[in-house]
Design a protein around this ligand. Structure first.
Ligand code: ACO
Length: 328
């Protein structure tokens, strides 16, 4: 792959203060702390308050990323925001974020790629910066999944949480050198994870609400198998085409959907589980926000050292997937 000089200059994240534990969920649906931990590895997740929105959470994460990068909001010339829970269907949440940041010119748009959204954004951002037309891009994902979760459905409500993670990418960042990104999709299996109503195909009506079609539904078992195989093959693809093997990886940051999925991916790559960054136990699945949040958390805790080879890999609704290699 042809290398570029583009890197992640700064990261930031935000998770709401309110913690929803497995014990809390035991009071809401027929589940148990033991089942949730054993099947998912999740112990608690964060839930945003009514006053918090996808753009307000995004603003906090973005300001931290901008500060870490030493880039002022007005110097951004591109904002790409992954979300499928935008504040409103119109305008894009990215435009609301842009206004919150006080930027009045950067092209700003939402990107819908579910759990793979950050890696989709990184690929787009890197390619647009590589063209020479842009200098400083804000790539982020913010999700308020608590608004699309059916809190009466134990199959899904134990899995998800809210949060936002952001990265500023620039030329000559001096760190977080993006070596390669790979993204893909297979829309033929779109029904495995979907929110059936609320779009133009099935607008909101009383009947829709009565049938609870406004909520996220997922075929967990089939998704699980595809998540593992897709993340292993995407990882191998980026490693191989850049002349690396799994032994070269310092850190694997997989999308945090389920601890069992992450362990199976590590096993598929013959990677010791100690090299996998895990925070699903504390935050649950925040869709595409999990990878930038993990990255920002690792940077904040000084876990990432200069020269570390970091592999990020995701799989989610669409179906979509992606993998990206970074030299920290
Ligand atoms: N508490 C107790 N029992 C439960 C719960 C619960 N919360 N949820 C399901 N069960 C029961 C089921 O009813 C089933 O009971 P049965 O055997 O009597 O029928 C049993 O537990 C096993 O159910 P499975 O669905 O087979 O459980 P599985 O081990 O597959 O775990 C899970 C379910 C956690 C959803 C898993 O399949 C998974 O993580 N799937 C992938 C999720 C994912 O990666 N999503 C992609 C990203 S999400 C996005 O893009 C937005």
């Amino acid at each position: 792959m042809k290398e570029t000089d583009i890197g992640i200059a700064g990261t930031g994240f935000y998770v709401p203060e309110k913690v929803l534990t497995n014990a809390d969920l035991e009071k809401m649906v027929d589940t148990s702390d033991e089942w949730i931990i054993k099947r998912t590895g999740i112990r608690e997740r964060r839930i945003s308050g009514p006053e918090e929105t996808v753009s307000s959470m995004a603003e906090i994460a973005s300001r931290k990323a901008l500060e870490a990068a030493g880039v002022s909001p007005q110097d951004l010339d591109l904002i790409i925001m992954g979300t499928f829970t935008p504040d409103n269907p119109l305008p894009a949440a990215a435009c609301l974020l842009q206004a919150r940041l006080g930027n009045d010119h950067a092209p700003s748009f939402d990107l819908s790629a579910a759990c793979s959204a950050f890696l989709y954004g990184l690929e787009l951002g890197q390619k647009l910066l590589s063209s020479g037309a842009y200098q400083n891009a804000l790539i982020l994902v913010s999700e308020k999944l608590s608004t699309v979760v059916n809190w009466e459905d134990r199959d899904t409500c134990v899995l998800f949480g809210d949060g936002a993670g952001a990265a500023v990418i620039t030329h000559d960042a001096g760190r977080g050198h993006i070596l390669d990104c790979y993204i893909g999709a297979d829309g033929r299996k779109a029904q495995l994870m979907e929110i059936p109503a609320g779009g133009s195909a099935l607008p909101m009506t009383h009947e829709v609400l009565d049938q609870k079609l406004q909520y996220l539904r997922m075929e967990g078992r089939e998704t699980f198998k595809l998540a593992v195989s897709s993340m292993v093959s995407a990882s191998k693809l980026v490693l191989e085409r850049n002349g690396y093997t799994a032994d070269d990886i310092t850190w694997l940051i997989p999308h945090q959907a389920n601890l069992r999925i992450m362990k199976a991916v590590a096993k598929g790559l013959k990677l010791p589980v100690e090299k996998v960054y895990i925070n699903v136990d504390r935050f649950g699945n925040m869709s595409g926000a999990t990878i930038p949040i993990a990255l920002a958390e690792m940077a904040q805790k000084n876990i990432l050292k200069k020269g570390d080879l970091v592999l990020m890999v995701a799989f989610g609704g669409g179906l979509t997937w992606g993998a990206s290699l970074i030299r920290w």
